[in-house]
Write a protein that binds this ligand. Structure first.
Ligand code: EPS
Length: 404
């Protein structure tokens, strides 16, 4: 079983991702991890913080001479901004009789909830005195750790020909005009030069204008991301128990990203209003790698909680960021009096960054399901089991068709 956890605060010393149950024998390219971290920092609509940070992963454990050992892998990302928060975010007690420290603390104390943020429920639930105790961990800064773990998992998947890509398909009300991609490498190439990781440059310009306008209004925006994965074998996940169903696991992984409010798999949303014959993907015999084929993929590569050999198609819907320059009506804490919400330096639209996070979360989930299916101690054992499974399907189909 692949497990993964993160720790770290937005303005603390740094972030940690720990990946446990990762197989031995994979050569790790740290540059590829850093490349994904860099991409997560891009995107039109981000605030000043990204000018401070240069996210880089330091591998602390689980890798020796560039190859995984099977031990837990810890990836550490330093917060460069930490030096501006030494007292405010200190993990050791501070001296509040020191007037300079007390002044800094008072300046950074957060007293007014931001509607839509974890502030209110988190402060009440954990009994904090300062809303900052919630903000620091609920912040989307944490997603840097997810991206590092995801980039590691993408390398595992790539060793078995599985590729995960993502792109932005909507910003606020501006929808991108989309085309079909047979090869995900072409999609990656089309988003490479886009400030919003949107494959259509004309749509991306409209999105940018919309973000600019929203910025001047002191407001924020969300959007929609599409994540696609190719090369998946039939049968990752399972129909046998609710928590093994891959559609459910993917939905949880994507919904757990800060500010995500909905997930769609395949044509999930429109399918509800159509008839069965308009929705399900008919099957036909094939002499190809798989003994069957389809001409549609409305299911988005998932049936019965399992991959079905088609491209995985997932969309994730992000709400506008709850930190608004113009401040919504709110209440103060702890006295609950009417007051505008606090503004803390923030982004206007983080959809481009979120698209990198979304593919990381999908990669982590798929890598987990892949290891569940093919075993997990070493790459060579997994390869053996994987090849055996593929051969069995092909040989079985040929034998059955010979006996017809
Ligand atoms: C965030 C607020 C901003 C963002 C941050 C998420 O941080 P700051 O308050 O330091 O300006 O930049 O995202 C990141 C730091 C990041 O690396 O993604 C929030 O409140 O969620």
């Amino acid at each position: 079983m692949l497990r993964f956890l993160t720790s770290g605060e937005s303005h603390g010393k740094g972030l940690i991702a720990m990946v446990e149950g990762f197989p031995a024998g994979l050569d790790v390219d740290v540059e590829k991890i850093n490349d994904e971290l860099f991409k997560r920092q891009q995107g039109y609509g981000r605030g000043a913080r990204q000018k401070i940070e240069r996210d880089q992963a330091v591998v602390m454990s689980g890798v020796r001479h560039g190859t995984t050992t099977g031990a837990p892998i810890s990836l550490v990302i330093e917060n460069k901004d930490w030096e501006n928060w030494l007292d405010v975010m200190s993990t050791t007690p501070i001296d509040l009789t020191d007037s300079a420290i007390a002044e800094k603390m008072a300046k950074k104390l957060i007293k007014h909830f931001r509607p839509g943020h974890a502030d209110l429920a988190g402060t009440i639930k954990y009994g904090h005195d300062d809303i900052r105790d919630v903000l620091e961990r609920a912040s989307a800064r944490e997603t840097a750790a997810r991206v590092a773990a995801g980039a590691l998992c993408q390398q595992l998947l790539a060793a078995f020909g599985i590729k995960v890509s993502s792109h932005v398909i909507q910003v606020g009300s501006v929808k991108a005009e989309l085309k079909e991609y047979d090869n995900l490498a072409d999609l990656d190439a089309d988003i490479a030069d886009s400030e919003l990781f949107c494959a259509n440059q004309k749509s991306a310009e409209e999105m940018k204008e919309f973000i600019k306008k929203t910025w001047t209004e002191g407001d924020s925006l969300g959007g929609v991301i599409e994540v696609l994965a190719d090369g998946l074998p039939v049968g990752l996940g399972s129909y046998t128990q609710w928590d093994r169903k891959l559609d459910g696991r993917l939905a949880q992984a994507l919904m757990s990203i800060q500010a995500m409010k909905a997930v769609e798999l395949g044509d999930g949303m429109t399918a509800s209003g159509l008839k069965g014959s308009q929705v399900h993907d008919a099957l036909y015999p094939s002499a190809g790698e798989l003994p069957f084929k389809r001409v549609t993929n409305r299911a988005g590569g998932l049936e019965g909680g399992m991959t079905n050999g088609e491209r995985l198609v997932a969309r994730v819907f992000m709400k506008p960021i709850p930190t608004l320059l113009r401040g919504l009506d709110s209440v103060s804490y702890p006295d609950f009096k009417a007051h505008k919400a606090d503004y803390e330096r923030s982004d206007v639209c983080a959809i481009a960054a979120a698209s990198v996070v979304a593919r990381a979360m999908v990669a982590i989930t798929l890598a987990g399901a892949f290891l569940d299916k093919f075993g997990g101690d070493s790459i060579s054992d997994i390869r053996h089991s994987y090849e055996n499974y593929r051969t069995k399907l092909r040989v079985g189909a040929n034998a059955r068709s010979d006996s017809d």
